[in-house]
Design a protein around this ligand. Structure first.
Ligand SMILES: C[S@@+](CC[C@H](N)C(=O)[O-])C[C@H]1O[C@@H](n2cnc3c(N)ncnc32)[C@H](O)[C@@H]1O
Length: 273
């Protein structure tokens, strides 16, 4: 089960930064590979947005008339999504999803599994609910770039300071205000104080973060009937993304002997790397 600490975190600080009343250009708030995937979908496709937050992507799916359901561990975030976009939703944990095997044509996991206590189980569970022939969009934090260092420092200092009443104002003055100023300018004046504050909390304060290399995701896929059909390094940004296809059932894919061979090959690759 998810731990209450993280659940409380996104209840208190939902990932809410896209104004729902003044729509921004979709490409400025949703990654290009995800926009392209959604634009390619038939309206009869069923999309499950797992860890949907306040519904940034559900809103776009709704505008395109695509059937979609949101799920999030944070009741507050899911409540905002349902209120804004009037799509069905469920409070739940991506380690135990309340959907049958092969339910969805598309599963979206955008910036979610790196916040769970067991990213591999979350990936496997998200993949389980995908139909054979379906596709999964997965975006996770990269281990390189500046974010892992920033999460450590000044992130560690910020998390520490927020634990004491007397030091909280220092975080506001020395970190949140400059962060807001940068976002305000970069967004051309669109980012609000509360939107920037929520981004700030997600960036520096979120209690659990995993940085997942490309190779790790490739290994996860090799162990399943999963094929990466698109990889986006997203240079200069914190996350990289994978478009993963679930192969149609083919005979012999689950042969345990093949799995052993596959695992040995992965091990050999690691040793020669
Ligand atoms: C950074 S936000 C991303 C939200 C949304 N996917 C987006 O891109 O706008 C991470 C979200 O994952 C949710 N989350 C974290 N752990 C989860 C879990 N184990 N099961 C379901 N949702 C989870 C959080 O509540 C939060 O809303």
């Amino acid at each position: 089960m998810g731990d209450p600490e993280s659940a409380t975190f996104y209840d208190q600080h939902p990932f809410d930064w896209v104004p729902s009343d003044v729509p921004e250009k979709i490409e400025s708030v949703v990654s290009r590979p995800l926009v392209e995937l959604i634009r390619s979908l038939d309206v009869n496709s069923l999309v499950l947005d797992i860890g949907c937050g306040p519904g940034r992507v559900l809103g776009f799916l709704k505008r395109r008339g695509i059937r979609c359901i949101g799920l999030d561990r944070s009741r507050v975030s899911l409540g905002l999504a349902i209120k804004r976009y009037d799509r069905p939703g469920a409070v739940g944990d991506n380690l135990h999803l309340p959907f049958a095997d092969g339910t969805a044509d598309v599963v979206i996991s955008d910036g979610v599994i790196h916040h769970t206590e067991d990213p591999l189980t979350a990936f496997t569970e998200n993949f389980r609910i995908l139909k054979p022939g379906g596709r999964m969009y997965l975006a996770v934090y990269k281990p390189n770039g500046r974010y892992p260092r920033l999460y450590k420092f000044p992130g560690g200092l910020i998390r520490d300071a927020l634990m004491r009443e007397w030091s909280k104002p220092f975080v506001t003055v020395f970190f949140q205000v400059p962060y807001y100023a940068i976002h305000f300018v970069r967004s051309g004046g669109k980012r609000t104080w509360s939107g920037a504050r929520n981004l700030f909390y997600d960036y520096f304060v979120t209690p659990r973060v995993a940085f997942l290399p490309r190779r790790t995701i490739e290994e996860w896929c090799e162990k399943q009937q999963a094929r990466i059909i698109r990889y986006d390094e997203n240079r200069g940004q914190n996350v990289h993304s994978f478009l993963v296809a679930k192969e149609q059932q083919t005979q012999g894919r689950h042969d345990p002997a093949k799995v052993v061979v596959q695992e040995r090959l992965i091990q050999e690759k690691r040793e020669t790397a």
